[in-house]
Design a protein. Structure first.
Length: 148
């Protein structure tokens, strides 16, 4: 009888603690400039498309070519949250760059974080959500042609 109770209590404890571990959702607000300064960014972003968070100074917009979102995730296991966030944000920017080139745009303007369709606007920071296993960044912005 005691073994059955101990087993049941242990199983309940494991279930409760693993649920809490999986439910982690740490919100980080990090500088987009740190992503753009990564060595990987310098090799994957070719400079033909510039990125401007909403509220940041932007060169004159000559034309707007539609809006889009990019929702990227990365494995956060064994990584520092901020490091994993930078990777996810870089993936989102690479995706925007590819689409911008296809549309003839040279900038993404009015970029906002758009995690679970909730906007977070800041002229220097983006929002990242770090869970127990997965880290995600969602961005929404407008393709544009800007003056140099």
């Amino acid at each position: 009888m005691f073994k059955k109770l101990a087993l049941a209590a242990g199983t309940a404890l494991i279930a409760a603690s693993s649920g809490a571990a999986l439910a982690r959702d740490s919100v980080l607000h990090l500088p987009l400039a740190d992503v753009l300064e990564m060595p990987e960014a310098k090799s994957q972003l070719d400079g033909s498309v510039r990125f401007f968070l909403a509220g940041a100074p932007t060169p004159a917009v000559q034309s707007r070519l539609g809006s889009d979102t990019s929702n990227k995730k990365t494995n956060g296991v064994g990584k520092d949250d901020a490091q994993a966030c930078r990777w996810a944000a870089l993936s989102a920017l690479v995706s925007f760059q590819k689409s911008a080139k296809e549309r003839g745009a040279n900038a993404i303007v009015d970029l906002v974080s758009y995690y679970r369709k909730t906007e977070y606007k800041d002229a220097a920071l983006y929002e990242c959500h770090a869970g127990g296993v997965v880290v995600g960044v969602a961005l929404k912005g407008e393709y544009a042609k800007i003056g140099q």
